[in-house]
Each structure stands twice: as C-alpha cells, then as structure tokens.
Ligand binder design. Sequence first.
Ligand SMILES: CC(C)(COP(=O)(O)OP(=O)(O)OC[C@H]1O[C@@H](n2cnc3c(N)ncnc32)[C@H](O)[C@@H]1OP(=O)(O)O)[C@@H](O)C(=O)NCCC(=O)NCCS
Length: 334
Amino acid sequence: MSTSQGFYRSRIAGTGSYLPEKVLTNKDLEKLVETNDEWIRERTGIVHRHIVAEGEYTSDIALKASHMALEQAHKKASDIDMILFATVSPDQVMPNTACVLQEKLGARDCMAVDISAACTGFVYAMTIADQFIKTGMYKTILVVGAEVLHKYVDYTDRDTCILFGDGGGAAVVTRATDDQDSYVYSSHCHADGSIGDLFVLPAGGSKMPFTQQVLDEKSQYVRMKGREIFKHAVRTMSQCCDEALKANNITPDDVAWVIPHQANVRIIEAVAKHFGIPMDKVVVEIEDMGNTSAATVIVAMDKAIKDGRIQRGQNILLTAFGAGITSGSLLLRY
Ligand SMILES: CC(C)(COP(=O)(O)OP(=O)(O)OC[C@H]1O[C@@H](n2cnc3c(N)ncnc32)[C@H](O)[C@@H]1OP(=O)(O)O)[C@@H](O)C(=O)NCCC(=O)NCCS
C-alpha cells in the first residue's frame, strides 16, 4: 500500500523460530553455582534455556528459522533482496553471519549484513528493513535475530549464567499490497553510550584481542551490573512504547499484544504496569528460553503466531533494550 507520502509500506509476511534441542534447567545450574530453582524462577521467570549441540552454530539456528519464515511467507530463498542478521554472537567476526546464512540458504547475490545492537538487534534490523521497503529499494528482506550466548557466559558467575540461552527467529518482510491490512506503523530506536559500561563483553575486539591474560581474567565472558540495567530496561522500553503509541495516535487499548524483550519477567511486568496493559496481553516466553538477546522478540512473536494468540489485523507492539545501551519499539499491524 502506498502511503500519502508516496512511499510503500512493509509487512511481516512470515516468521519462524528455532530453539536448540538441548536444555539447561535451573536444577542443572544448581550443580554449577550457588543458586536454586526457586530464586531463579522468582527473580527472573526463567525455568530453562536451550543450548546448541557441538558443531551447531548461530547460522544453523538462523537457517532453520529462516526456512520456516520463507515457507509461511510463500517465498523462496532466491526472492530475498537483503539479509539483515541481528546478533552479538556471530559464527565468527569475519565473514559476517549474514553471508554465511546467504550461502547456507542458497540465496542469490544480495546485500547481507550483521546488525550489532545486542538485545535490541531485531527491532533495529526491522527498522532498517522497513526503510528499505518504504523507499522502494527492496521488496523482500529476511530479518534474523539469532544467538549462541551460552559461549559468552561464565558458568562460575551466578549473576549472569542463569540468564542467557541460545535460539533464533526470522521474519520475512515484504512490500504490502494495497489490499493488505498489514503494515509497520513506525519504529523508534535510541542509544545511550554514556551508560555502556553496565553490560559489556570486554575481550575479542581490537581493544582487547585474545591473550592468555584475557582467558585468565575471564574477559571473554559478559559482565553486567544487573540491578542498574533493570531500572534502565524498564525506563527505556516504557519510553519507546510511549513514543510509538503517541506517534500513531493509538491507545494501549488498541494494542492486542505487546512483545517485549524477554530478559526478566519482572522487567516485563513493570513495563506492562507503566501502560496499564494487563499481563494477558503481553507475550511472555521467558520461562522456556531465558534471555536470547536479539532473538527473544522474534522467537516470542513466532510462538504467539503459531499457537494462534496473534492474529492478522491486530496491532502488535514490539519493544527491546540491550547493551549499548540500545532501546527501541516497533508498532505494526500484523
Ligand atoms: C540479575 C537479576 C536477575 C538480579 O535480580 P535482583 O532481584 O536485582 O537481585 P540482586 O542483584 O539485588 O541480588 C539479590 C541477592 O541475590 C543474590 N543472587 C544473585 N544472583 C543469584 C543467584 N543466581 N542465585 C541466588 N542468589 C543470587 C545476590 O548476591 C544478592 O544477595 P545479597 O542480598 O545477600 O547481597 C536482575 O537484576 C536482572 O534481571 N537485571 C537485568 C539483567 C539483564 O536483563 N541483563 C541483560 C540486559 S539485555
């Protein structure tokens, strides 16, 4: 559908998701660090996370999710004009995982790039996809959020190891036709590098290449100030959602489902309370997957589509925050 500005509109034509078969339960973690199932459930809402098998990589998770998304969208890999791959746990630094996925999918020559915005990655990538569709440059874009986070977690650090898991999802974003009541309204993305030290993975970049000292000091693992992140997560996601609703003159009552980043169920509840949105209108899938960073929003969305909670024609509000600190929201009519 062309808008009054003469642009096109983008829509999600298909989604897919995949969580690896192997499961790491709270009980398993009790054997590794001083923690317990009750504490983890009460403080985070997480019961178990999925972990990749030996030889299974971020691109493999993405491949499975992408096949499902393409099938639902009735598209072939050869239809893809661009691959946007949101991840902070790529197969390797170079080549990017979007190119690895292009090869595995058998997609044709197209633009293929990774988006590094931590847990906001999928919302950022959707925002970029929306712009490329709006201008008319591309018609079919594969947007992926996939992670293998367990390899960046220190399983002697109870503050972080209970939170993260592996998984991924994909969305096929296409140009909406005039007869389709399905489109992205708008997106609202932010970053605040001044508080970037709250959540870091120090080693592996040019600032701190891998050395024996890095390994001895465990700088290859994530470090986090959990309590402070909690506050900023609630604040930033609430602000981004406010912006999305205001920009489109939509009230919380007009929203059928909110799909927030799945980091902690208490963060999700606080954001819902901010809007006065009841929790039965919020998609919560954290119990089964923990925090899978760029993957959480699209995995939660795909699950809710597949089990019938999300229906075509509903207003859906996506929101996320992550290391950076990045944050964003995207309001769409599914
Ligand atoms: C990490 C997080 C779950 C901790 O929950 P919390 O309610 O803030 O807990 P606190 O850090 O205040 O710790 C409370 C107590 O539990 C203890 N504790 C911490 N981790 C624990 C664990 N895994 N098991 C048992 N006890 C634990 C703490 O040591 C502390 O003990 P103390 O009171 O004796 O000092 C929570 O802050 C959080 O989810 N933050 C956001 C993290 C996040 O989303 N990161 C990713 C960003 S995308």
